[in-house]
Design a protein around this ligand. Structure first.
Ligand SMILES: N[C@@H](CCC(=O)N[C@@H](CS)C(=O)NCC(=O)O)C(=O)O
Length: 245
């Protein structure tokens, strides 16, 4: 299996943590989506990551990819067995991908981290302010009402836990940590999830990606032991995405 996408993306991290949980080997082309070449656009028409290539199958979208992986490799299921629990897990995955993605990625991480680095311009300060003062607190109030005081959502860690927790890594890169006084369940849940091997196994590769510059990135990732693909769909200059942010 091949994954296209950077270790720093919350959606790529979600897929990789699920592969770790299932003990499935993969190789990775860890590109930032804006730096994808023409071949990237052929496999990812929205110019988004992650992409999964498994033999003759090419898939986009982390939820589609995780559902396929769970169907094709059913050992260590990602969803709980009970029908209502499964439905709730899918909803929390969707809430994470859509709303946590909106408030943490587009509202914060993209504005504070990606925009200055990729487009060499400051991000939207009004949007950052709105994210921090109203959008993120509202999302975390909801999460606080859903997350368990101990353990994970449906017993052992699964897709919904991974989808939710993954966004908090990017929030931290943008300087936001959940206040344990205001959202105690959320703060403790995120710490538990990141201590789990599904996330902990990815940490050295992610740090190698974050700490290296583009010229030294491949060497840094190889040195950290990342299973890099031979070929890359990366390009030297960024291009805008095709979706409105
Ligand atoms: N719904 C998609 C979202 C993927 C996504 O937005 N990925 C970001 C990286 S974190 C991306 O590729 N952004 C580039 C763009 O939108 O132009 C999924 O779950 O995979």
């Amino acid at each position: 299996m091949k994954i296209i996408g950077s270790y720093v993306s919350p959606y790529v991290r979600k897929v990789l943590a699920c592969l770790e949980l299932k003990g499935l080997a993969y190789e990775i082309d860890p590109i930032t989506p804006f730096y994808g070449d023409d071949r990237f656009e052929q496999v990812s028409p929205l110019r988004r990551i992650p992409v999964l290539i498994d033999g003759d199958l090419t898939l986009c979208d982390s939820s589609v990819i995780c559902a396929y992986v769970d169907d094709a490799y059913p050992d260590r299921p990602l969803l709980p067995a009970d029908v209502k629990d499964r439905a709730r897990a899918r909803w929390l995955e969707e809430f994470a991908d859509t709303r946590l993605g909106d408030v943490f990625i587009w509202g914060l991480f993209y504005q504070k981290v990606v925009h200055p680095i990729v487009w060499k311009q400051p991000g939207d300060t009004a949007r950052i302010e709105k994210s921090l003062t109203s959008d993120i607190p509202a999302a975390l109030d909801y999460l606080e009402s859903q997350l368990p005081a101990d353990g994970f959502l449906f017993g052992d860690i699964g897709l919904a836990d991974i989808a939710v927790a993954s966004f908090f890594r990017n929030a931290a890169y943008a300087g936001f940590e959940p206040d344990a006084g205001r959202w105690p369940r959320t703060a403790a849940f995120v710490a538990r999830a990141f201590a789990h091997r599904a996330f902990a196994a990815l940490e050295p590769f992610e740090q190698a990606q974050v700490r290296s510059n583009p010229a030294g990135r491949r060497a840094a990732l190889l040195e950290a032991g990342a299973p890099l693909a031979e070929d890359s769909l990366g390009a030297p200059t960024p291009r805008p995405g095709v979706m409105t942010l």
